[in-house]
Design a protein around this ligand. Structure first.
Ligand code: SER
Length: 866
């Protein structure tokens, strides 16, 4: 059956059951921010399930275009795709489980004629209703899977589901007798019947859903693969993959035949032998042709954010892989016309936007190719010097200069056995975004004619000022009332704007008619934007306001900032002047300081560093800040950040003779104000960079006094001198470990000695012990073989407090017996599950009352005729 026929047969069947046929919605979700792209057929119906809108009909059916980025990495296996078509039938407060199950079963077995024995329904273990319904409808016992629960997103409609699997047969996948749906490739999930009944809340609770109903989803491609098998004149030895169904297969053939003879003409730079098989790459290209074309048809364009990034990533990945494995140029723009031919009749948007699709993909491919060779050479060079790890900086450069999405760098790195410092990369990306935001902001400031703000916050935390400009989301405004989010510009401001690692000040503006709470302050050049909310009355341009900084928070932040300077200098004194600052965060509750150093600090070094910091605090050194030319600053020996661009005029902050550093931040007047400075942690944040987290002032005092109290409580319990409790605790800990081991040994011995049952059936020694500790049960079996030298195997059961039991089978080496076979015979029909090796097998889940019978069957497995 071709996919077009499958689509039609499904819609006809459900239309015949009073379902309204609804067209697919766009891949770009409508008024729904919970997902980037449409991932399921139910998405367009969410408002009906949530009771937010009245459905035009209580039943609907559709073939929905879906896109799942979570499956991007699995593309090319047997069953995963990025883009796929989902068949679905839906009930909005109309029918529920019984009808949904009945119709699904009838469609598959009667309409399509799939043999019932090749289908296996599954249910959620708690879904008692479906457990009863399935045998009635299909004469099959549904298999219970705890994963059978489906949710539309982190919040919203969800419920237990019943998935129907197709069985490719015991020769596929793991080939184990106990194989079950979802275990391996043997069973393919074909259809998911979701019984929507809850509305998941942000706190995880599950109140009932306003419009409870049914949402089912079945992939056209998976069903087409199943139909290929069902309709084949004779069975096959391997499952049909979704890539062997009509549309994808035609695309795949196009790729396999259109390149210059594969592998040969590859040339260019490849770091390693081609890692992907041609098959896998041609599958990937077929999938990506569809995914990319449908995305473009629905209006997505390549970019560095959101959906556009998914698109860009796919085109670039396809370009790289297509070229390396199949020597194809422009793989997707040349295959897109074929896709339009194959699917354009069913999806008119493809046919209508054919030219846009091809041109968009081609432009992106061209963009990427322009730097691809250089990029690969660069990757090779970086890889060669990377010592196993590609730094965030290198990954960023590959992205920024050569257009390698970081996922592509990761893919190449995995092939070359390298890691990528993803965290370092993300932080550079963040900075780049910040830079671009600022340049957009700059244009905004020029356009709106904003003036520089006079910053008075070095000396005062409160100032009278005038509102020069006011904006809200829509643009410039004259006045804003209570509840409005606003961006306020002042002639002068005591608010520090986020910068140099230091967080922005919070506080409020008090005008003649209202108050604005300030939640963030950002500066562009010398213009300060105050972002906040009008919490009472009104604020308007021209208002004379009192700008008040949250004093306590700012003082706490200043303590941390000044402590950062003292720490920087102390690190250089203790570890040498090769230590360079590599980043910092300064906040009111804590600070982090990153610096170049290639190993963890010793305890002694840490002590020296923090003694030095606190020593400088105790000296109560005065802070002096001076504005001077960059040359004078350099001559004065002030510390500057390597690689940082400074203006001609800089501000130098010094504490006595101890430290002198270029800095725009706010600081205490004398180091004595900093109070205590203590270390929280020291960690690595990438090759050759360490991070110290510390507390200064009040947070340090609070934490240390809590630690002292805890230490005193321990000392009290141990009746020991607080200064030696660490040694005492260590000693206690090691004694307790020894005691715990001894106790476990004693328990085991007791259990074994009080063995409740010992029997002998033929050559099988049988035992029962009163514990489910597998270790002990194993010992019981081993001991049985020792005690009965003429026995060739032993089986020991361990009984638990509930109704279940565990079992271990051991066979004597050289006996020629297989422990797994004996175990299986004992387990058969008694709930037991497990496995092992030829010499030993073990597992649990046995019914306690079945032990005696299990002995007999297990013994039978020893006889040669068995
Ligand atoms: N929403 C369910 C799924 O996507 C069934 O349609 O699997």
């Amino acid at each position: 059956m071709l996919s077009a026929q499958i689509r039609q047969s499904f819609l006809n069947f459900f239309a015949g059951q009073d379902h309204r046929v609804v067209p697919s919605s766009s891949l770009i979700p409508h008024e729904d921010n919970s997902v980037l792209l449409t991932t399921a057929g139910m998405q367009q119906f969410k408002p009906y399930f949530m009771g937010l809108a009245e459905p035009p009909s209580p039943r609907a059916t559709s073939v929905q275009k879906c896109f799942r980025t979570v499956d991007l990495e699995e593309v090319g296996d047997l069953s995963h795709l990025t883009f796929f078509e989902m068949l679905g039938n839906f009930s909005f407060g109309d029918y529920f489980k019984a009808e949904a199950i009945e119709m699904a079963w009838r469609y598959l077995t009667v309409e399509l004629g799939i043999p019932a024995e090749r289908l296996q329904p599954t249910i959620h273990p708690d879904d008692a209703e479906s457990a009863e319904l399935w045998p009635k409808t299909s004469a099959k016992t549904p298999y219970k899977l705890t994963d059978n629960f489906w949710a539309a997103g982190a919040t919203g409609p969800c419920g237990p589901d019943s998935e129907i699997y197709f069985d490719w047969g015991p020769s596929v996948g793991c080939r184990r007798p106990g194989c079950y749906p979802s275990h391996c490739d043997r069973y393919l999930e074909v259809w998911n019947l979701v019984f929507m009944q809850y509305d998941r809340q942000p706190d995880g609770s599950l109140p009932p859903l306003a419009g409870a109903g049914v949402d089912t989803g079945m992939g056209v491609e998976r069903l087409a693969a199943v139909m290929a098998e069902v309709e084949a004149p004779q069975g096959r030895s391997a499952p049909v993959s979704v890539y062997e169904t009509d549309v994808l297969h035609a695309l795949q053939e196009h790729f396999m035949t259109s390149g210059p003879s594969a592998w040969a003409a590859i040339g260019g730079t490849t770091l390693h032998p081609i890692p992907f098989t041609q098959l896998r790459v041609s599958r990937l290209l077929s999938d990506h042709t569809r995914g990319v074309s449908f995305l473009v048809a629905d209006g997505v364009r390549p970019s560095n954010e959101g959906r556009g990034y998914v698109l860009r990533r796919m085109i670039r990945r396809a370009s790289l892989q297509g070229r390396r494995a199949l020597a194809l140029e422009n793989p997707l723009s040349t295959s897109a016309p074929l896709l339009v031919e194959l699917m354009g009749d069913s999806y008119l948007e493809l046919a209508e936007r054919r030219d846009v699709i091809v041109a968009t993909i081609e432009a992106e491919e061209r963009l990427f190719y322009r730097t691809l060779e250089q990029g690969l050479a660069e990757f090779e060079a970086v890889g060669a010097q990377s010592h196993g790890r590609i730094s965030g900086g290198d990954a960023f450069r590959l992205h920024d200069t050569f257009g390698f999405p970081v996922e592509l760098t990761e893919e190449l790195a995995t092939e070359a056995n390298l890691e990528v410092d993803r965290i370092g990369f993300e932080s550079l990306m963040q900075e780049a975004r910040e830079r671009s935001r600022r340049s957009t902001k700059k244009a905004f400031i020029q356009r709106t004619g904003l003036h520089p703000t006079q910053f008075v916050g070095y000396d005062s935390l409160s100032a009278e000022s005038v509102v020069t400009h006011l904006f809200d989301q829509s643009g410039a405004i004259e006045v804003a009332g209570e509840g409005r989010d606003v961006e306020v510009y002042l002639a002068r401001s005591p608010f520090y704007a986020a910068g140099g690692g230091q967080v922005a000040d919070l506080g409020h503006l008090e005008g003649p008619e209202g108050i604005v709470e300030i939640g963030d302050v950002q500066r562009t050049g010398d213009v300060y934007g105050h972002y906040g909310k009008v919490t009472s009355g009104y604020i308007g341009t021209g208002d004379v306001v009192r700008a008040e900084v949250d004093r306590r928070r700012r003082l706490a932040t200043m303590r941390h900032h000044s402590a950062t300077h003292l720490l920087h200098q102390s690190l250089r004194l203790a570890l040498g002047s090769s230590v360079e600052q590599a980043g910092s965060f300064v906040g009111p509750a804590n600070s982090t300081f990153d610096f170049t150093f290639d190993r963890p600090l010793t305890e002694d070094e840490r002590d020296r560093v923090f003694r030095s910091v606190n020593g400088a605090v105790l000296q109560d050194l005065p802070q002096v800040s001076r504005v001077m030319s960059i040359d004078d600053a350099r001559r004065s020996g002030a510390m500057m950040l390597f690689g940082e661009k400074y203006g001609d005029v800089v501000r130098v902050v010094s504490f006595g003779d101890f430290s002198s550093e270029l800095c725009g931040g706010t600081h205490v007047a004398r180091t004595g104000e900093v109070g205590l400075v203590t270390l929280s942690s020291e960690t690595s944040v990438g090759a050759g960079v360490r991070r110290i987290e510390f507390l200064a002032g009040e947070p340090a005092l609070l934490r240390d006094s809590a630690l002292v109290k805890a230490a005193l409580r321990i000392a009290e319990t141990l009746k020991a001198d607080p200064m030696v409790i660490d040694a005492r605790v260590e000693q206690l800990y090691s004694t307790s470990r020894i005691l715990a081991q001894e106790l476990a040994d004693i328990k085991k011995r007791q259990v074994l000695e009080s063995m409740s049952q010992q029997e002998r059936i033929g050559a099988l020694a049988c035992r029962v012990v009163e514990t489910t500790d597998l270790d002990t049960v194993r010992d019981a079996a081993a001991r049985a073989l020792e005690q009965e030298p003429d026995a060739s195997a032993a089986i020991a059961f361990g009984r638990g407090a509930d109704d279940t039991a565990v079992a271990v089978v051991k066979v004597r080496r050289g006996s020629g017996l297989d422990a797994r076979r004996i175990f299986e015979r004992a387990a058969d029909g008694r709930g037991g599950k497990g496995g092992g090796s030829e010499l030993m097998a073990q597992g649990g889940g046995f019914e306690k009352t079945a032990i005696a019978d299990a002995f007999i069957d297990a013994a039978a497995a020893l006889s040669p005729s068995a």
